[in-house]
Ligand binder design. Structure first.
Ligand SMILES: [Zn+2]
Length: 176
């Protein structure tokens, strides 16, 4: 009797996330790990939150402890940099939160948001104004704007619009 109850509970717990994922099947979700992000964990979380508030076709979420992440965030002593995406679920991207620019006085949240712009598929647009996120350091140390402009937002929207999560029916056995 007890065994039956716990098995049922496990099945319900196992199926609930799948049902939730189906509802938002068109939204691409990519994961990141800040395990090596050092003192930049909060800035990275803010940069990610800005992107999640700016676009709807892709969501960036922190991977659970011990889970594989699509994007690794690493603090180091170089200049900030990142691999160019768009990173897909199961893909691979890296953001280096370089201390060199932080020590020069550049805004750390703008750096994080800019580097995640690369992860989402945006190249640099240098030189450029502070209103452009991808103008990066060319906007100067005084620029603290961490938000993508409308062109940058719509570019990311298009890059992720064409990619749909595999149908839940893939791998299903159809009888008859
Ligand atoms: Zn850049």
């Amino acid at each position: 009797m007890l065994a039956t109850v716990s098995t049922t509970a496990a099945l319900v717990a196992g199926t609930a996330p799948q049902a939730a994922a189906d509802v938002h099947a068109a939204v691409v979700t990519i994961t990141y790990s800040d395990a090596q992000a050092g003192e930049f964990v909060n800035a990275v979380a803010q940069g990610v939150a800005i992107w999640n508030a700016s676009v709807t076709n892709v969501r960036i979420v922190k991977a659970a402890a011990g889970q594989r992440a699509d994007v690794q965030v690493i603090a180091d002593n170089g200049w900030p940099r990142a691999t160019l995406g768009p990173v897909r679920p199961g893909g691979r991207g890296t953001v280096w939160m370089g201390r060199e620019a932080v020590n020069d006085g550049y805004n750390v949240v703008r750096i994080a948001s800019h580097e995640f712009g690369h992860i989402l598929g945006l190249p640099d647009r240098k030189p450029g104004p502070c209103s452009s996120l991808m103008s990066g350091s060319s906007a100067g140390v005084s620029c603290t704007n961490p938000n993508p402009n409308s062109t940058e937002r719509s570019r990311v929207q298009s890059l992720y619009a064409g990619w749909l999560a595999p149908s839940a029916d893939v791998g299903k056995v159809l009888v008859g």
